[in-house]
Design a protein around this ligand. Structure first.
Ligand code: XMP
Length: 322
């Protein structure tokens, strides 16, 4: 396996990097077509901009609506990119993902189900129908490191695991950001003309809200964690933390509501200080902000009776729970 040469954010010449990567993409795709999936995260936003610089309309950009995204996300992303002159097509794949996740409780099996549905089922078909031979994606070095170390199978890592995408999926994968970490990607995203709302956006994992449901992922549980995520994102944005999230636990706990027993749901809140996601510490969130989060959570997210704040560090925790 070829060792990937890291480019640290402090050493990155952003404009040079953008020109070089756009040139590489053009050379690889030639006069053919490429496709990419835009999730709205900073990595996929940066790749979309690089790909459009290189290929213009010969890059077809899709937002895969897997049913696991945050409130209003698909439409927000389409609108943002429309302003930048990039057409994004929404593809409704909700049923496929929920079917694939049925009865799966093991974290790695969940990740694998999402990977297979995304790359084989959804993208396999898209590639065939569109005639594209290349998929452009925003894998970054941290994704590769953790997957190769066997910590977590990130949904977007293949070659470094000895999987040849051409042979197993039927298309080639181009990964222009693979030498960077999150801080470097943000610089590239800013220099590509993306607005602050995109280049400063907190990270969001490929498996989306499925990474934040412990146990089986169902539409109902996703709806709960989606509402909890809205609360956390609105209330913790002022912390300026690297990432913040809500997690839905599997166990129910005894609570009380209107003088009656309510055997309800538990939400865990995590808020991380980090530079590049390799190591992270819990943010020292003011207690009054945590109380506001808890108050909104039990009042606005149906069924929740308990809210906890995670205070472990990475390692040994990882940032997501799944
Ligand atoms: P962990 O949980 O591994 O997360 O400490 C480190 C960073 O990576 C994000 N993450 C993912 N991103 N695909 C992604 O694109 C994934 O499968 C995935 N899993 C975790 C996570 O949100 C955090 O920023």
């Amino acid at each position: 396996m070829v060792k990937i040469k890291e480019i640290k954010a402090s050493q990155l010449n952003t404009q040079e990097f953008i020109n070089e990567k756009a040139g590489e993409i053009s050379a690889l795709v030639g006069d053919g077509l490429a496709i990419n999936a835009l999730s709205g995260g900073v990595d996929s936003c940066a790749v979309t901009m690089l790909g459009h610089k290189a290929l213009g309309d010969r890059l077809k950009t899709y937002f895969i609506d897997n049913g696991l995204m945050r409130e209003g996300e698909p439409q927000q992303i389409v609108t943002l990119f429309k302003k930048l002159g990039v057409h994004v097509e929404i593809l409704d794949a909700k049923k496929k993902f929920f079917n694939a996740l049925k009865n799966i409780t093991d974290p790695e099996e969940k990740r694998e189900a999402i990977t297979q549905t995304f790359y084989k089922d959804v993208f396999g078909k898209l590639v065939k129908e569109s005639g594209a031979k290349h998929l452009l994606q925003g894998t970054i070095l941290t994704d590769v490191d953790e997957t190769v170390a066997g910590i977590k199978r990130q949904h977007n890592v293949f070659e470094q695991l000895g999987i040849d995408p051409q042979a197993t999926l039927g298309y080639k994968i181009i990964e222009p950001l693979i030498q960077l970490r999150k801080d470097g990607v943000r610089k590239v995203a800013e220099a590509s003309g993306l607005p602050e709302s995109a280049y400063k956006r907190i990270p969001f994992p490929g498996p989306a809200l499925a990474a934040r449901v412990i146990g089986e992922v169902t539409e109902e549980k996703i709806n709960t964690v989606r509402k909890a995520t809205t609360v956390v994102e609105e209330e913790l944005a002022s912390t300026g933390a690297f990432q913040y999230m809500a997690i839905l636990h599997q166990d129910r706990v005894t609570g009380m509501r209107n003088g009656k027993r309510d055997f309800g749901l538990q939400i865990e809140v995590r808020c991380w200080d980090s530079i590049d996601a390799r190591v992270a510490k819990p943010t020292n969130v003011p207690f009054n902000i945590l109380c506001k989060v808890a108050d909104r959570m039990v009042n606005q997210v149906p069924g929740v009776v308990s809210v906890t704040y995670h205070i472990g560090s990475k390692p040994p925790s990882t940032m997501e729970v799944v």
